[in-house]
Design a protein. Structure first.
Lengths: 484, 172
């Protein structure tokens, strides 16, 4: 027979069950709390991470809103800070108009309801004319330098380049370009043609070709090349010369490597490796940046239009000793040119010749004592014959833009010469700061051409009026136009 | 027959052996189940905590990488799947950065300075891949795939990825 409990407990047994229950409850509660914490932490971290990513997009919405407002107002920046919202959060932006058609947009995007899940990010975007001019010399056809010239910067030609004896193409950090506030690597690109370096000429950067000369040489080198040489064919797959009869790299001294579809010939001295008979990619010919004349791009009240070069020359006779502003000149011909002889530049100046050649004659200078940074932009759509410009080099009507004798601005004036239809010729003992973009370029007689990055982003040039040229994320904080 | 000293009070009567065996067996069973559950919960919590810690670290690393890459002006041609070399801006200041994955650690170096570990427990050093925007040569997009094995659960691999468009890249 078994005995049964009667359910009664003695006094000494009281509390054991309670302690056990409390212990279990305590442990369970602890574990549950930890699980809840982990779960909550995971959810919070995920939420905040999501908000962190969203905040930058919200701030970009503010930037886009600012750009839209600039477009709607033709460049008039909204006053003060502007707020807006998206489905993800709110933004606040401020637009600051800078010199030469540049705008600074500061935008803060905030995501989340506040607290630990929220995130805020701050952007600073700079809008400016697109980067259009990066070469010292850019030609839709060829570039020829003659007689003791120095180019600080890079050269691009869609056909061939000839560097005459004693000429130099130097990088910005070369001692020959020291202190000139320039940029570039001293390279030469000949997209579909060859590069010729005559005796004692120097190219401090790379040489890249896509064609060959009458001797079959891609590079005819009687000088010194400091960088690499790449000789390739502009025909896809180098199919035009399967026997490697052309595209040679001939003679001279080369400081870098050589890669050629042809061979190394003429006793060329190469410091680096030589890889003959390899089909590298050739430079792709480039279009000249487009220019669109739009009065809205220039400060109000500074644009003047003239019906003919004669009318503009009359204006220059009266006002040319202190010129600034934007001038659009209609008409013109080989015998009816714009004459800038003796003109002195006082501030940013743009001269657009719809059909006339622009002649510098005996030089354009700066107003005496004027040390302000200035840009002189000369645009000519005149289509002169390159041969005339080459032969005569600088007489009115020979070139689309021609300068000779002392076309020397002060170092604080950057000059952009733009002639998409005709040649540009300038010569004789001057130092030029800026860039030349033309159908053809002739440089002669002791010229120093220094690329000036000031002209890289010039209003009116490029596919768009303004482009985002810098995109920065600053430390989170309120919208401010200073400090990043 | 009655043993001498037998209790006469019902409240003082003990348990039978069978009762004790059943009780102990049941208690052991309950204890076993409870302990198993507790151990399971403890392991799960440790795993979850470890996973959270790894994810936190990965998110911080990935967010910093994407933030810095988004502002980059160029990615060096010396960059590989485990090595990223680029010029960018940090708080508006031009800065040269490198990220180097070696072994199980990802390090970051500012302006060629000392490399600082930013992520450990890497499952692989193949982190970066690059995409061009023809015809312009050079990387325009950088894809980042961060794979990490949490410390206490090396058989688990956490993966976070992102693809970044270089906003300040200067096209030559």
């Amino acid at each position: 027979m078994t005995r049964r409990l009667d359910g009664s407990r003695t006094g000494t047994e009281h509390g054991i069950a309670m302690i056990t229950v409390l212990l279990v409850v305590f442990i369970t509660s602890g574990l549950t709390a930890i699980m809840f914490y982990n779960s909550l932490h995971g959810a919070t971290a995920t939420g905040r991470n999501r908000c962190w990513g969203a905040a930058v997009h919200i701030a970009e919405s503010g930037v886009n809103d600012a750009i839209a407002k600039l477009q709607n107002t033709a460049g008039i920046a909204p006053t003060g800070s502007v707020t807006g919202d998206t489905a993800e959060g709110t933004y606040e932006f401020r637009v600051t108009a800078l010199a030469r058609n540049r705008y600074q947009i500061d935008s803060v995007g905030t995501c989340g309801p506040g607290g630990s899940v929220s995130a805020s990010r701050r952007l600073r975007v700079t809008m400016a004319p697109p980067r259009s001019f990066r070469y010292a010399l850019f030609s839709l056809s060829d570039v020829t330098t003659k007689n003791n010239n120095v180019v600080c910067g890079d050269i691009w030609a869609n056909t061939f380049v000839v560097v005459y004896k004693n000429d130099e193409v130097l990088s910005a950090d070369d001692p020959g370009c020291a202190g000139k506030d320039t940029a570039g690597s001293g390279s030469i690109n000949a997209a579909t043609g060859s590069v010729t370096l005559q005796n004692n000429s120097i190219v401090s950067g790379d040489v890249w070709t896509g064609g060959y000369d009458s001797s079959g040489n891609a590079v005819s080198n009687s000088g010194t090349i400091g960088g690499n040489v790449t000789s390739s064919s502009s025909t896809p797959g180098c199919a035009d010369d399967p026997e490697h009869a052309k595209y040679d790299v001939d003679g001279g001294s080369i400081g870098g490597n050589v890669k050629a579809w042809g061979n190394l010939t003429g006793g060329a001295s190469v410091a680096g490796t030589v890889t003959p008979f390899v089909c590298a990619t050739a430079p792709t010919p480039r279009p000249i940046p487009t220019y669109t004349f739009n009065e809205a791009n220039y400060p109000p009240g500074t644009v003047q239009t003239f019906a003919s070069p004669g009318a503009f020359n009359t204006y220059l006779a009266a006002n040319g000793n202190s010129l600034s502003g934007t001038f659009y000149v209609e008409g013109g011909s080989s015998t009816n040119a714009i004459d800038l002889t003796g003109v002195k530049i006082a501030g940013d100046t743009t001269i657009v010749a719809a059909a006339a050649p622009i002649d510098g004659g005996n030089g354009v200078g700066a107003v005496l004592g004027n040390t302000d940074d200035k840009i002189l932009v000369l645009v000519s759509y005149y289509a002169g014959a390159a041969s005339s410009c080459t032969t005569n080099g600088g007489n009115p009507g020979d070139c689309a833009i021609s300068f000779k004798n002392n076309f020397q601005q002060s170092d604080n004036t950057a000059v952009l010469l733009y002639a998409p239809n005709g040649p540009v010729g300038f010569k004789n003992n001057a130092e030029f700061h800026g860039a030349i973009y033309a159908n053809n370029i002739q440089v002669k007689n002791n010229m120093t051409v220094v690329y000036d990055p000031t002209v890289e982003q010039t209003v009116g040039f490029g596919e768009v009026t303004l482009d985002i040229t810098q995109w920065l994320e600053c430390t989170p904080g309120a919208v401010t136009t200073t400090g990043c | 027959m009655q043993l001498s000293g037998a209790r006469t009070n019902a409240a003082e009567r003990g348990f039978t052996l069978v009762e004790l065996l059943i009780t102990v067996t049941l208690l052991l069973g309950v204890l076993g189940v409870t302990m198993d559950a507790l151990l399971s919960i403890t392991r799960s919590e440790a795993f979850q905590s470890d996973r959270n810690a790894s994810l936190d670290s990965m998110r911080i690393t990935l967010n910093r990488l994407t933030k810095e890459l988004r502002q980059a002006t160029d990615v060096s041609t010396s960059s590989t799947a485990s090595y990223l070399d680029f010029n960018t801006y940090v708080n508006g200041t031009p800065t040269h950065l490198t990220y180097d994955a070696s072994g199980t650690t990802l390090t970051r170096s500012i302006n060629s300075g000392t490399a600082t570990p930013v992520q450990d427990q890497l499952a692989t050093t193949d982190i970066f891949s690059y995409e061009e925007a023809p015809p312009t040569p050079g990387a325009q997009w950088v894809k980042i795939v961060l794979q990490v094995n949490p410390k206490n659960t090396p058989d688990t691999t956490l993966v976070l990825d992102s693809e970044v468009n270089l906003r300040n890249r200067i096209v030559q």
